[in-house]
Design a protein around this ligand. Structure first.
Ligand SMILES: [Zn+2]
Ligand SMILES: [Zn+2]
Length: 250
């Protein structure tokens, strides 16, 4: 399984960090985790096009995580090179209504002709994507927030938080994971409700006995703090700080 960080930032524009998105490549599947603004271009850099992605897993529908959904579907309609394989889109409760709203706004621009879109809402569910097993669990951020745990055929596991505050479910999601891709929005002393700091992120990884921890979703102040040190004070395991286009073998 390979993880490519497409965007390690937030909704705040940054030349260094794109909006949240990551790509999982495993078992001949390409799965997007969220799709913030700029994801389509970053996908090309990662060697994946709008035609290749098999599924998109949305942690929640805040614009920094979902902005490139409409551009992705619109690109799939490009007549010279249209997408033909079906696209599975998974989101938390209410995602279907959100997508209906997009249809109401964009009409035929996002109505596929050469493939089908399958929408699936999850709460605590298990979904098969090819040979991969994906489980979802609600997290503490927005009402529709869910985290995902992707298990490969070799038993490797990646847990992804999207945005979340500390809660028992994120520890459950990350339990024993090969890698936990976890938000770390703000440095110590700048905690905001619904988000994590390095020490809280470390606490989650420690309580869940994760093998590796990769922090992402950095607001600008994070780039002026020693995030890794503050996290490693709590979690002695391997800590990675996400950068755009970072590739991680799992
Ligand atoms: Zn966010
Ligand atoms: Zn959010």
């Amino acid at each position: 399984m390979e993880l490519v960080i497409l965007g390690s930032g937030t909704g705040v524009p940054s030349l260094k960090r794109g909006s949240p998105a990551a790509l999982i490549k495993a078992a001949r599947q390409s799965i997007l985790l969220d799709s913030g603004s700029g994801t389509l271009t970053r996908m090309l850099q990662a060697g994946v096009t709008y035609k290749d992605v098999d599924a998109i897993l949305y942690s929640h529908i805040h614009p920094d995580h979902s902005a490139d959904l409409v551009p992705l579907i619109f690109a799939c309609k490009y007549q010279e090179d249209p997408r033909t394989k079906d696209l599975l889109i998974i989101g938390g409760m209410g995602f279907r209504d959100y997508f209906e709203g997009l249809r109401w706004v964009y009409g035929s621009s996002i109505e596929p002709q050469t493939f089908r879109i399958h929408i699936r809402e999850v709460l605590t569910d298990e979904v098969e994507i090819g040979a991969l097993r994906v489980t979802a669990i609600p997290l503490e951020h927005a009402p529709e927030s869910v985290g995902y745990r992707v298990t490969s055929t070799q038993g490797k596991t990646l847990a992804y938080s999207g945005d979340t505050d500390y809660c028992p479910n994120i520890v459950e999601l990350a339990r024993g994971a090969s890698i936990l891709l976890l938000e770390c929005s703000f440095p110590e002393g700048m905690k905001v409700k619904g988000h994590l700091t390095p020490a809280l992120a470390g606490r989650i990884a420690q309580e869940a006995w994760c093998q590796r921890l990769c922090l992402t979703h950095f607001y600008p102040p994070c780039d002026h703090a020693d995030i890794k040190k503050d996290c490693r004070n709590v979690f002695p395991g391997e800590v990675l700080l996400a950068e755009d286009m970072m590739r991680i073998r799992i």
